[in-house]
Ligand binder design. Structure first.
Ligand code: GDP
Ligand code: IMO
Ligand code: MG
Length: 428
């Protein structure tokens, strides 16, 4: 058996949590491979809404193993709060969750460093979630980070103290003022709590599952346009959000990857700073934000909104080898006379291009749009593709033609049940 991957093709918040939860019953294992508490994955079912940050979105389904892989950065304080919220809903987290001993630990000083570096950047701020993601991955690559497995060693406090002392030297260099004592106490309580969980070498666990014929679903966080190598650098996160991150973040070989499900919104959003060619600063952008309830699930910041960006979508499909597209939030476009799609960019010298320019941060990109008629009706009661309004089918066909990839799911609301599957996907 093999690993299927579900990952975001835009700037995050495409609806990954909803779809992983909806598809989880077809799998025996759901695994996060990168990112950390910067993620906010929303699930809705039976009138309950839940936001997960570090715990995989298969956790609400019984008898599914959930894995936090080695590529993840884990904050014990946020982890404890997440588990407690789930246990209040009678979810068995300790029974179904496996944490890689090689996942990196986020210390309280990583969060301080994040804030310190953002402050130092002035008007070049990334707009980080300030969860300590960048500084933790920095320490990993610099070969000085602490890993989850280290909390089981006798000298953990000593190792912690040595790394914090290094962080404090940096904070002092920047003359960054901070309070640490209270967070530090919470951290050690949370580490104690974390020790009770199944901390293990998940590389063997995941590969063992594959060998036993158990289907694994890898759950991406963020989106391809936030990938540290291929996104809108430097306005990105600090991990590989693309499909390659599955191999390095779980320890599975590329030959074990089967389907790559690429998920995108029927329009675009972005939180934080950085280029966003199709961003709308007008009433249409405001309508997308209000109707789509586009508020960040982790930070509560309003999301920037704009039309679908085809050059960026095609690029994300290319680097990930996407085999099926899932289009989310179609219902948000129910009341638009026309829907626009950016097909090309125009450079300041009027050259028309359909590739993402290297310096998309520096230059103001123009967009050429294709207009598509809206369907102007509610999608309540639409259960299958054949019941969709013709204009929605027209939009889907246009995107399939442009990208060359079939659309396997259309999502028409936040609830688990508001998901329309093409037959071949529901059969998987
Ligand atoms: P993720 O980070 O990719 O898991 O996405 P988020 O949870 O951050 O953001 C997606 C938001 O859209 C959440 O509030 C979801 O409940 C909501 N959502 C997901 N799918 C749909 C949909 O088809 N229609 C509507 N209206 N909302 C959706
Ligand atoms: P999910 O998994 C949307 C953005 C931040 C910021 C940049 C870097 O819910 O889709 P970081 O905290 O990683 O240093 O922030 O990336 N960002 C996200 N935007 N969804 C996310 O996750 C994000 N995680 C990080 O807003 O611009
Ligand atoms: Mg999110």
């Amino acid at each position: 058996m093999s690993v299927d991957v579900l990952l975001g093709l835009q700037w995050g918040d495409e609806g990954k949590g909803k779809i992983v939860d909806a598809m989880a019953p077809a799998y025996g294992m759901v695994a996060r491979f990168q990112g950390g508490p910067n993620a906010g994955h929303t699930l809705e079912f039976d009138g309950i809404k839940h936001v997960l940050h570090q715990i995989p979105s298969g956790i609400f389904r019984k008898d599914i193993k959930n894995v936090i892989g080695n590529g993840v950065v884990l904050d014990p304080i946020i982890f404890k709060a997440e588990v407690e919220a789930l246990e209040a809903r009678q979810v068995d987290v300790p029974g179904n969750l496996y944490i890689s001993n090689k996942a990196q630990l986020i210390l309280p000083t990583h969060g301080l460093l994040d804030a310190c570096y953002e402050q130092a950047k002035g008007n070049q701020k990334i707009g980080s979630t300030l969860k300590g993601i960048g500084p933790t991955y920095q320490d990993k690559i610099a070969r000085m980070g602490l890993r989850v497995g280290d909390i089981l060693q006798e000298n953990f406090e000593q190792q912690y103290g040595a790394l914090v002392a290094k962080h404090q030297r940096i904070l002092n260099y920047y003359q960054f003022s901070y309070q640490l004592a209270e967070k530090e106490q919470q951290f050690f309580e949370a580490v104690e709590y974390l020790r009770r969980f199944k901390i293990t070498d998940t590389t063997y666990l995941v590969n063992g599952a594959i060998d036993q014929g158990i289907k694994v679903l890898a759950e991406g966080a963020q989106g391809s346009m936030l990938d540290v190598d291929f996104g809108s650098y430097p306005f990105v996160t600090s991990s590989n959000t693309m499909v390659a991150g599955v191999c390095s973040g779980l320890g599975v070989a590329p030959s074990k990857i089967d389907q790559v499900y690429g998920i995108f919104k029927a329009y675009c959003t972005r939180v934080g700073s950085g280029p966003f060619p199709t961003e709308l600063h007008d009433d249409v952008g405001e309508k997308l934000r209000v109707v789509g309830n586009e508020i960040g699930a982790t930070t509560g910041r309003p999301r920037r909104c704009g039309w679908l960006d085809l050059p960026a979508l095609k690029y994300a499909i290319m680097i990930n080898g996407v085999t099926r597209l899932f289009m989310m939030k179609a219902d948000v476009l129910n009341d638009f006379d026309e829907i626009k799609v950016c097909t090309h960019y125009t450079l300041p010298d009027s050259t028309v291009v359909d590739e993402l320019p290297y310096d998309m941060n520096l230059q103001q990109l123009g967009c050429e749009y294709q207009s598509i008629p809206g369907w102007k009706q509610e999608l309540e009661g639409v259960m299958e593709f054949s019941q969709m309004p013709n204009e929605l089918l027209g939009y889907l066909e246009y995107l399939e033609r442009q990208t060359g990839v079939p659309i396997g799911i259309v999502s028409v609301g936040p609830d688990r049940t508001q998901t329309i599957y093409r037959q071949e996907i529901s059969a998987l």
